[in-house]
Design a protein around this ligand. Structure first.
Ligand SMILES: [Zn+2]
Length: 428
């Protein structure tokens, strides 16, 4: 009798239990697991990193959690790298409009990253300390990865199945023609060091300052054409996940992106970072600070990760995959399409603030209805704000009174970065 009742009981309960378990499964499937490892070998003590896995889009709501991973490779001292590690995240968050849903929040990120990088640079320079830093800043929210970077600390994506792609652009004068042209157009000179007799040695540098990078945070003692405006790329991984490798040039001077990815495949993230550093040291020795963060974005159900994707789906995915990458585009998309969709949501690398801060009028209005500076977020008096578009080549197509607006100080910075005014000269 008891068993009959038990059966009836379970018969009644099964559909509900199944429903709950299905719902829980769906909920879980929406969010991948994030695992990470980090390893570092110091030579000059100028590499720093940030790992923060408990950030919340909506404070107090754990389901709005996201993770931040960043590498800062300092030069001419460590002050800029330390300052950026302490303040860059806050400056980015303070540039985000409040009360956004997840999709809108992700869409607003690229602009907030630009504002946060420029604000960090301005605030650090105000302290009057020399030194500068690269910054590669990665936000992982579910399957969406957003990467902002200045300098040459690279972030690569090893998608499941062996397709390796760079999510960053190296801002190195030696390899980046576009940046060489921008620096020259903004009044900088590009050349190598020359020794007696005029023989040129070493990598391309820009003068004044002699930096090999064309973008950085800090560096008040070089020309203002060395800008803190980051290249930003946002991608959405398929539900097979993938691996990110974020590292300073101590790794990339020794290993190509492919070599770094291959050197740690099949090894859990915690050990993989050490493996990559070991491989770089084995190849080149400890010539420079060497820092590596490995981040695995893993489907909650591990069986999905291990099973090869069905063939039919691959064809569909090949149709769905879209890539804006230049050059070896067809080879890359072929490789990526074989393993799933890596959807490119956003990519922009222009150094011009007018192009990066956009024309959205909702941006730059504080909750009080006052206008705020789109970069440093200070409140602006009605007569005070200068449109980011005023006086630019865009002003013919865009109203100069249209936002976003900049305070006088940020406007001054913007003009200096674009070579419209010699650095250090202030507007009255
Ligand atoms: Zn400002």
């Amino acid at each position: 009798m008891a068993s009959a009742e038990g059966r009836r009981h379970s018969h009644d309960l099964v559909p509900l239990a199944a429903l709950i378990s299905r719902e829980m499964k769906n909920e879980k499937l929406e969010k991948p697991t994030v695992r990470y490892g980090c390893a570092s070998q110091s030579k000059k003590g100028e590499d720093f990193f940030l790992i923060k896995t408990d950030c919340q889009r909506v404070p107090g709501n754990p389901s709005s959690a996201y993770s931040v991973f960043a590498v800062f490779d300092g030069h001419n001292g460590n002050a800029a790298a330390i300052y950026s590690r302490e303040h860059l995240l806050n400056h980015i968050i303070s540039a985000m409009p409040r009360g956004l849903g997840r999709e809108d929040w992700l869409q607003a990120l690229p602009r907030a990253l630009v504002a946060g990088f420029v604000k960090t640079d301005k605030e650090f320079q105000r302290r009057g300390e020399t030194s500068g830093t690269t910054a590669t800043f990665v936000i992982v929210d579910g399957w969406t990865v957003t990467v902002a970077c200045v300098g040459d600390s690279r972030c690569i994506l090893d998608a499941q199945g062996g397709a390796v792609s760079n999510l960053t652009v190296d801002h190195r004068l030696e390899d980046n023609v576009e940046e060489r042209e921008r620096v020259t157009a903004s009044g900088g000179e590009v050349g190598r060091l020359s020794i007696f007799g005029g023989a040129e040695i070493g990598p391309l540098r820009c003068w004044p300052g002699g930096l090999c990078l064309s973008r950085s945070i800090g560096d008040m003692d070089v020309g203002e054409f060395i800008v803190p405006v980051p290249h930003v790329k946002q991608v959405k991984l398929s539900n097979v996940g993938g691996r990110l490798i974020i590292a300073s040039d101590g790794i990339w001077d020794a290993l190509s992106s492919d070599m770094a990815a291959k050197s740690c495949r099949g090894v859990p993230a915690e050990l993989a970072a050490r493996q990559v550093v070991k491989e770089a040291l084995r190849t080149r020795g400890l010539k420079d600070d060497t820092t590596c963060i490995v981040v695995d974005i893993i489907p909650p159900d591990n069986s999905i990760q291990l099973a090869p994707p069905p063939k039919k789906q691959n064809k569909l995915r090949a149709l769905l995959f879209r890539s804006k990458s230049k050059g070896s585009g067809s080879k890359l998309s072929k490789k990526l399409s074989a393993v799933g969709i890596v959807e490119e949501l956003f990519e922009e690398g222009s150094a011009m603030l007018a192009e990066r801060l956009g024309t959205d009028e909702s941006v730059g209005k504080s909750t009080s209805g006052l206008f705020v500076c789109a970069v440093c977020q200070v409140d602006l008096a009605p007569s005070e704000g200068i449109s980011v578009h005023a006086g630019s080549i865009f002003s013919t197509s865009t109203k100069p009174w249209q936002g976003p607006f900049l305070c006088g100080d940020c406007r001054n910075k913007k003009d200096a970065m674009e070579g419209k005014r010699p650095s250090g000269v202030k507007v009255a």
